[in-house]
Write a protein that binds this ligand. Structure first.
Ligand code: ZN
Length: 149
């Protein structure tokens, strides 16, 4: 079996090179800007929520490899999910990277996103990984700006 650390590196590099759902939806029903001043990550999230379901979601901006890979995987994970499911994943993701949730032993809907578990050992990178999820939360709540501060 592949070393989880190696798999994590591969996924980060691959999504950073070819981010999924990159771009901007216009018009859109929800949007928010995310900013992580600690690292300089910046992203704009646009989405169309129809009948309580995330039908389309895109992001653009610039950031470090972890931020871009996290945004790429986040958008793929929440597309087609209900707002409640998306919010639950955002909470679980945050808890996991803070070391409060072990996706290997505790119930969760993170699936492939559990690759980011290793970030909890890199405190300066936690905010990079969380930024796309914080921005998603702001967009769903109707707030226009998200910050990791
Ligand atoms: Zn970053």
């Amino acid at each position: 079996m592949a070393d989880p650390r190696e798999l994590y590196q591969q996924v980060i590099l691959e999504h950073n090179r070819k981010p999924r759902n990159f771009g901007r939806l216009d018009p859109c029903t929800h949007h928010a800007d995310g900013h992580n001043p600690l690292c300089g990550d910046q992203l704009v999230l646009t989405m169309n929520v129809v009948d309580g379901t995330v039908q389309e979601i895109k992001f653009e901006g610039h950031g470090c490899a972890i931020d871009v890979a996290s945004a790429s995987l986040m958008t793929g994970a929440v597309k087609g999910k209900t707002v409640e499911e998306a919010e639950a994943m955002a909470e679980q993701f945050r808890a996991m990277v803070r070391g409060e949730l072990d996706p290997g032993t505790e119930p969760n809907a993170l699936g492939r996103l559990s690759l980011f578990q290793g970030v909890r050992d890199l405190p300066v990178r936690v905010k990079c990984a969380v930024l796309p999820w914080a921005t998603l939360h702001s967009a769903l709540k109707g707030e226009e700006a998200a910050s990791t501060e």
